[in-house]
Design a protein around this ligand. Structure first.
Ligand SMILES: Nc1ncnc2c1ncn2[C@@H]1O[C@H](COP(=O)(O)OP(=O)(O)O)[C@@H](O)[C@H]1O
Ligand SMILES: O=C(O)C1=C[C@@H](OP(=O)(O)O)[C@@H](O)[C@H](O)C1
Ligand SMILES: [Mg+2]
Length: 183
């Protein structure tokens, strides 16, 4: 495969900017943009809060698993993954087999500011969302750390982050193709 066609998977905590950055990066390179949450919402004809309320988190995680196994694109796609997708065993290695994985990162303060304006993240609909973010981030941090290169999205213009992601992706796509052709 040509390095210029390799998929990009954006992972990381809620509110780190996966959906926003992913859409912008896809537009820059003319790739298809896919968001795991949007695809699941379309398939279920329900919003994420409705799925959590009516079917529970475990059912949502099974939908994410199905997205990884069946709903993934061939090539030339940028995929923004819901924040908990790579926490489920096996999902990260599936993504890494299909393209370059980059992890977005942000401080608890930025995440809180970015997520508090919206009510579509059921896991943060609690009395003390800052404490919940810290708690969840602590559990997930080791998984995010081994997911792929980390890009910080705090207090930076979106255009800078998009350029940084593009550079990291181009660089890693060459290694990804080299490693695959060596095996
Ligand atoms: N680098 C950034 N600086 C400021 N606001 C941002 C940045 N990235 C994303 N946002 C805003 O934060 C919110 C959450 O971003 P989103 O892309 O939905 O994150 P995720 O998909 O990782 O949960 C959105 O309102 C978005 O406009
Ligand atoms: O981290 C999580 O467990 C979740 C992240 C959300 O996606 P974003 O990371 O795009 O907000 C969405 O999948 C759901 O609310 C659960
Ligand atoms: Mg998102």
């Amino acid at each position: 495969m040509n390095a210029a066609d390799v998929n990009l998977y954006l992972v990381g905590f809620m509110g780190t900017g996966k959906t926003t950055i992913g859409r912008a990066v896809a537009a820059r390179v003319g790739f298809q943009f896919i968001d795991s949450d949007h695809q699941i919402e379309r398939e279920q004809a329900k919003t994420i809060p409705e799925i959590f309320a009516e079917k529970g988190e475990a059912a949502f995680r099974a939908m994410e698993r199905a997205f990884v196994v069946e709903g993934h694109p061939g090539t030339r796609a940028v995929v923004a993954c819901g924040g908990g997708l790579v926490v489920q065993p096996g999902n990260l290695s599936e993504l890494q087999a299909r393209g370059v994985v980059i992890c977005l990162h942000a401080s608890v303060e930025s995440i809180l500011a970015r997520t508090s304006r919206f009510r579509h993240r059921p896991l943060l609909e609690v009395e003390d969302p800052a404490a919940r973010i810290r708690e969840l981030y602590a559990v997930r941090a080791p998984i995010y750390r081994r997911a792929g290169s980390m890009i910080l999205t705090d207090a930076r213009p979106l255009g800078d982050i998009v350029n940084h992601v593009l550079r990291a992706w181009r660089h890693e796509a060459k290694d990804w193709v080299r490693q695959r052709s060596a095996t």
